[in-house]
Design a protein. Structure first.
Length: 212
């Protein structure tokens, strides 16, 4: 499990017009955020109108879509700044992530599915109360999802900022199968549902479901 404190750098540039944007606190002086196209930024924000999600949850969807649409640019901006600011060791998983993201281009943008949001919320609440970790009763959620293809990621920790959650799952430290990363970058996934809830042991749990 990767645990970092999330430092924010305020800025006033071309992205300042985006209210509560995932670009609101990035370092545009040292990283090429200007290369992100405005239309792509807007299109990737598929959870924007989802009133049943918190802003943190919406931002995870937003960032997930950005990395799926242009992995190479995500690596040069969000990932590079995060790694530099938090002094993330250049271990094998980080190296493989950078290599893989160079090949990621215009995967389908994930749309929010209310049904699997409910599944994520129920499981996050249950595991949080019990203090459990893992994917208990996953097969039950698969059946209830109504998707031919279904996957699940779980993130535990004190920091549930969108970028921390996504990058931790993408790096997938100490996970030999890179299962979390594969779920995020699976081109056959078309839908997403997620929930962040308090956790008895780890303070917070974020459950993310993917359907295709």
């Amino acid at each position: 499990m990767i645990k970092f404190s999330f430092l924010l750098l305020l800025f006033t540039t071309t992205f300042a017009s985006y209210s509560q944007s995932v670009f609101d606190a990035v370092d545009t002086l040292n990283y090429p955020y200007h290369l992100w196209n405005k239309e792509v930024i807007e299109a990737a924000n598929t959870a924007k109108e989802s009133a049943f999600l918190t802003q943190q949850e919406k931002d995870i969807v937003w960032l997930t879509n950005l990395v799926r649409f242009d992995g190479a640019l995500f690596a040069k901006t969000f990932l590079k700044e995060y790694v530099d600011k938090h002094q993330v060791p250049e271990a094998e998983n980080l190296k493989s992530l950078n290599k893989e993201l160079r090949r990621i281009n215009q995967l389908p943008l994930l749309m929010v599915d209310r049904n699997i949001v409910n599944l994520a919320s129920e499981f996050a609440l249950e595991s949080g109360i019990k203090g459990s970790v893992g994917h208990q009763k996953f097969s039950t959620r698969v059946k209830k999802s109504r998707h031919a293809r279904f996957a699940e990621n779980c993130h535990y920790g004190q920091d549930t900022s969108a970028l921390t959650v996504l990058i931790s799952l993408l790096i997938d430290e100490d996970v030999a199968s890179l299962g979390h990363r594969k779920n995020i970058l699976d081109p056959k996934m078309l839908y997403i549902g997620l929930a962040i809830r308090p956790h008895k042991i780890h303070k917070y749990v974020c459950v993310i479901e993917y359907g295709g």
